[in-house]
Design a protein around this ligand. Sequence first.
Ligand code: UDP
Length: 238
Amino acid sequence: DPIPEHRRRVLLKLSGEVFGGGKLGVDPGTVRGVAEQIAAAVDDVEVAIVVGGGNFFRGAELSQSGMDRSRADYMGMLGTVMNCLALQDFLEQAGVETRVQSAITMGQVAEAYIPRRAIRHMEKGRVVIFGAGAGLPYFSTDTVAVQRALEVHADVVLMAKSGVDGVYTADPKKDPEARKLERLTYDEALRRDIRVMDQTAMTMCKDNGVTMVVFGMEGAGNVTKAILGGELGTVVTP
Ligand code: UDP
């Protein structure tokens, strides 16, 4: 189907560590900072956000401690919804209209995930925040970011990273020789086992022609810049 014309539309992936400021739970100051950066960019760009939940629970880790994996994954998904509500609050305080859409129905706090409605919200200038992952155990919010980007016809996936400002040839914390890459293909990333996101997500990007920008949260104004299409981080292409 032809994709209807729209303004620049981005899918921003915020992992749980962005919300926790490195700790368990939500760090309000950190979330406020991110929300203000998003608010500074939404006049000209349509923004959808997929929110992670690693600051609360990761299903794989809980299952290693003896929990049933699927139940642990549902806990992980519920954690993402708390992050969504925190982000929604600070975005609205910054004057941005928002809607949270959850892949697990919970009508008191979020709309259900309805893709056409999400697109409509963006066309009206609202930021749409997607929570509860895919609603399916054994998935990651990285994979969901790619799936949602495809379904709402986002032009690019913006992967905000904490503690690193792009993709490197090796782990920059361990290898002093590590170099930052300006550009990279998914094939190269998969071949060199560079974990910019999980393999399912990367394969999905590669197979469906999704471009991704991996950038660091830390630099002043980086989130705003990424949303507006400025050059930063590493561009990963099919
Ligand atoms: N999760 C899941 N299905 C999904 C998305 C997430 O089961 O579609 C669970 C999974 O347990 C995961 C947790 O939610 O560990 C938090 O998501 P993720 O680890 O992707 O968050 P991030 O690493 O971005 O903070």
